[in-house]
Design a protein around this ligand. Structure first.
Ligand code: SF4
Length: 324
């Protein structure tokens, strides 16, 4: 509930309530759950646990940001982005439906903000949208998480079925390679092509149809963080480039790619016993650990700030351009 968010791709975070339940491998090291355990013993986590609605004072924050919209735009040349919700899921079945109605009313009222709703339950979006949603409110961006191909295959079709001004995919934590073109199209609707990028409705590959405008990519941080192979991130970047979608590289997380074996040790002469003793991870592009497999990298545990957030020497802070 930070007033100014530390999350790189948003200006504010707003949590209308707190509490959730793990639904995917990407949730394994959920920061929000760890926080709830620390402060309440985990009282708001799990299928039967009551969610906690945040205070009226907290619900007033977006109104304040909304009132400051002109000043923010004058200073930054763009609209404020609000990530809702970082400690919960807007489309959670276990949330009292009247709370979500109140949230839609608040979002409707605060239309000088761009609201970013990111969910791991995209199958619920269609049935939980407000009745006057139409083709999507222009100031609301809908997103879903996909850290693996399996999650992409499951979640992206539901996202694409929902009308939205902007759609985005959060590939964080990125746990494997993802090929957007492999997402099964028959799950969306017959004869439809998935289109990435280009707010005109036709992407850089000449496809038209429901589109993904933005991909956020990031590695995991924290004590149990899993490493991200650089080629997984590069592939997402390149797919966005080809299609004209915006790509935001958020962070490496707690692991840095220290040695690219193909580049740094092509003759396989180095002795890695010290690296292994020091707890480095060996990762190939298929996600396997060990020296077999393609594109073997040695990943070193470092702090999140030491790992940084540049990919191949570039900071990639793109957002959907039509919405600045
Ligand atoms: S959906 Fe989000 S908030 Fe809920 S458990 Fe998973 S990572 Fe945590």
């Amino acid at each position: 509930m930070a007033e100014q968010s530390k999350i790189e791709w948003t200006d504010h975070t707003f949590n209308p309530w707190e509490g959730c339940q793990k639904v995917a491998p990407e949730c394994d090291n959920c920061y929000a759950e760890a926080r709830d355990v620390r402060f309440t013993g985990g009282a708001h986590w799990g299928p039967k646990a009551p969610r906690r609605r945040t205070s009226a004072q907290n619900w007033n924050k977006p109104r304040r940001w909304n009132a400051q919209a002109q000043a923010f735009h004058a200073a930054h040349g763009r609209r404020q982005r609000v990530f809702c919700a970082s400690l919960a899921d807007v489309f959670d079945n276990a949330v009292d439906a009247s709370w979500r109605d109140d949230l839609w009313a608040l979002i409707r009222e605060c239309d000088q903000l761009d609201w970013l709703l990111l969910t791991k339950r995209p199958q619920n979006i269609a049935k939980m949208l407000p009745p006057d949603w139409g083709n999507g409110w222009p100031h609301v961006w809908l997103g879903t998480s996909a850290g693996t191909q399996k999650s992409a295959d499951q979640n992206i079709p539901h996202l694409l079925k929902a009308p939205a001004a902007v759609r985005f995919v959060s590939a964080e934590p990125l746990l494997g390679s993802i090929d957007f073109a492999a997402v099964p199209k028959e799950k969306i609707s017959k004869n439809i092509t998935i289109c990435f990028g280009a707010l005109t409705g036709v992407d850089g590959l000449g496809h038209s149809g429901p589109r993904i405008d933005w991909v956020i990519c990031g590695g995991e941080s924290g004590p149990n963080a899993r490493p991200m192979h650089p080629d997984w991130a590069r592939s997402l970047r390149n797919q966005c480039r080809a299609a004209g979608a915006a790509f935001f590289f958020k962070q490496w997380g707690s692991w840095a790619a220290e040695i690219d074996r193909d580049e740094d040790d092509p003759d396989w002469r180095a002795n890695y016993s010290k690296a292994k003793r020091d707890g480095w991870a060996i990762l190939n592009v298929e996600g396997g650990t060990g020296f077999h497999g393609d594109r073997v990298h040695l990943m070193k545990r470092v702090t999140k700030s030491a790992a940084g957030r540049s990919l191949d020497g570039q900071l990639l802070n793109e957002v959907p351009y039509g919405c600045l």
